[in-house]
Design a protein around this ligand. Structure first.
Ligand SMILES: [Fe+2]
Length: 422
C-alpha cells in the first residue's frame, strides 16, 4: 500500500501547515502483460509497485511539501525524502504561466557508461537545462518517445531517476509515442516493433495522465489560460473513430475568453515537417494526419500544434491547407486565421535530417537538440521560444498578440456557412 503525506506551507513560511495523509492506489504488472520480446524475455524485470495518489482540495498557487510512503506487510512504512511543489493555477487564472514542451528525449549516463549505441546524446543536456530553469517553469509536456527502453524494462528506472528533479516539482505530462506503444497485432495504428514488446503497458502504468482510459492515452489539460488537447498518434485518430470524437470535443469545449491559448499536442507529425523521410514519400507528415484533422484545427482556431517523432526543430507559418495565412514571421497580431505547426522532437535522441528542399510554409529549421518554452503573459499575449539544449539560449521565437474578439471573428471553416434561401 502506498500513501502520500502532505503538508501545506503558506508563502514558504516555516512548517506550520496542516499535515494530511492521502491514500494511494498501487499498481504493478506481470510478464504476461508484455506483448513480446525482449520485454517478455531477456528485457523483463519485475517493476515493483507504482503508487498513484490524488491530492484533493489543494489551494491554487500554494507551496506544498510532501513525501511518499510504502507500507510493508509487517506494518512499517518506508518514507521517501521530502519534496516541494507549487499547486497549479486555476483554469482561467490570469497570471504569467510558463510551459515547456519537447519530444523524444530518452536518457543517458553522465559518464557515458551505460548508453547503448549512444542513441540519446542530447538527453542529459535537455534535462539539465530544464532543471536549471525550473523556477521559471510551471508544467512540462514530454510528447512521446519517453525513454527508449524498447522492452528493456530497467531503463525506465534510469529515466525516472534522471527526470526526478523535474517530475517531483512540476507536473511532468506525457504523451505516448511509437517507442511506448507500437507492436504488431496489438491494435496499434502502426504495426512496428518499436516498443520492444512493451505495447504501452510501461508508459500507461509508470506515468499518470488524466485520460478516461489510460490505455488509450488521449486527454485534455486545463492549466491557467491554456487548454491542451493531447492526442495519441499510435492509435487511430481518423474521422469516425473514438479518438477523433475526443479531439473535437476537447477543442470545442474550451471557453476561449478565459482560456484563450489552445494547443494541440501529438507524438508523430500530423501537420508539417520537412524531415527527409516524410519528403521522400511526398507527404511532409504522417499520411492521413492533416487530411483528417485540418478542418478541426481550423474550425476551433487552434493556435499551435506541436509534435515530436522527428528529431529536430521546425516551425511553420500560420497555415491552412498548405497556404500561409499570414506573411508575418515573428509578431502575429489579431486573428491568426491558421494554425502554427511546430516540430520539437530534438529532446535528446539521435537527430533527424531535413530534406534539401525549401517550402514557403517552413519558417525556421534547426538540426540540433532543443525544446520549446511557451509563456502566456495574459489573455492577449503569448510567446514561443525555442532553446537549444546545449546552451539554453533562444534561437527562434514568435509572439501572438490578439484579443478575444479576434478569436470570435470568423475565418475559413470556423463559422457556420450561410445560404441564401430561395
Ligand atoms: Fe517516435
Amino acid at each position: 500500500m502506498g500513501s502520500v503525506m502532505l503538508s501545506l506551507l503558506l508563502n514558504g513560511a516555516e512548517k506550520k501547515g496542516k499535515l494530511v495523509q492521502s491514500p494511494a492506489g498501487t499498481l504493478t504488472f506481470d510478464r504476461n502483460t508484455m506483448c513480446g520480446a525482449p520485454a517478455r524475455t531477456v528485457g523483463w524485470r519485475d517493476p515493483g509497485y507504482i503508487h498513484t495518489s490524488f491530492l484533493k482540495e489543494l489551494w491554487p498557487n500554494k507551496e506544498y511539501t510532501y513525501k511518499l510512503g510504502h507500507r510493508l506487510v509487517n506494518g512499517t512504512t518506508i518514507w521517501s525524502q521530502e519534496y516541494q511543489f507549487k499547486s497549479s493555477p486555476y483554469p482561467g487564472q490570469n497570471s504569467v504561466q510558463h510551459v515547456v514542451i519537447f519530444g523524444d528525449m530518452g536518457k543517458a549516463e553522465a559518464d557515458g557508461s551505460n548508453e547503448y549505441n549512444n542513441f540519446q546524446p542530447g538527453s542529459l543536456n535537455t534535462t539539465n537545462q530544464i532543471i536549471q530553469d525550473l523556477k521559471d517553469i510551471d508544467i512540462v509536456f514530454h510528447i512521446g518517445d519517453l525513454c527508449y527502453a524498447n522492452g528493456y524494462l530497467s531503463q525506465w528506472d534510469q529515466f525516472t531517476a534522471q527526470i526526478e528533479p523535474i517530475a517531483s516539482k512540476v507536473p511532468y505530462m506525457t504523451a505516448s509515442g511509437n517507442h511506448e506503444r507500437d507492436w504488431p497485432g496489438s491494435g496499434s495504428f502502426y504495426g512496428t516493433l518499436d516498443s520492444g514488446g512493451e505495447c504501452g503497458v510501461l508508459a500507461q502504468t509508470m506515468f499518470y495522465v488524466p485520460a478516461e482510459n489510460r490505455e488509450k492515452f488521449w486527454y485534455s489539460v486545463d492549466y491557467g489560460m491554456f487548454r491542451f488537447c493531447i492526442a495519441h498518434t499510435e492509435l487511430d485518430w481518423r474521422k469516425g473513430t473514438e479518438q477523433y470524437e475526443f479531439i473535437e470535443k476537447c477543442l470545442a469545449s474550451v471557453d476561449r475568453q478565459k482560456q484563450p491559448w489552445l494547443i494541440f499536442l501529438a507524438h508523430r507529425v500530423l501537420g508539417y515537417s520537412s524531415a527527409d523521410f516524410y519528403v521522400a514519400e511526398g507527404s511532409f507528415e504522417e499520411p492521413m494526419g492533416r487530411e483528417d484533422l485540418q478542418s478541426l484545427w481550423q474550425k476551433y482556431k487552434v493556435d499551435i500544434a506541436m509534435y515530436g517523432h522527428v528529431h529536430n526543430y521546425e516551425r511553420s507559418c500560420p497555415i491552412y491547407q498548405n497556404i500561409c495565412t499570414d506573411k508575418e514571421k515573428h509578431n502575429y497580431k489579431g486573428s491568426l486565421n491558421g494554425t502554427i505547426h511546430v516540430v520539437v522532437g530534438g529532446g535528446g535522441a539521435a537527430l533527424a535530417d531535413f530534406a534539401p528542399i525549401n517550402t514557403t510554409w517552413s519558417l525556421f529549421k534547426d538540426h540540433d537538440f532543443g525544446f520549446v518554452k511557451l509563456t502566456a503573459f495574459d489573455y492577449s499575449n503569448l510567446l514561443l521560444e525555442y532553446k537549444k539544449s546545449s546552451d539554453g539560449q533562444v534561437y527562434d521565437s514568435f509572439k501572438i498578440s490578439r484579443d478575444y474578439r479576434d478569436i470570435l471573428a470568423c475565418t475559413v471553416d470556423s463559422c457556420q456557412s450561410t445560404t441564401l434561401a430561395s
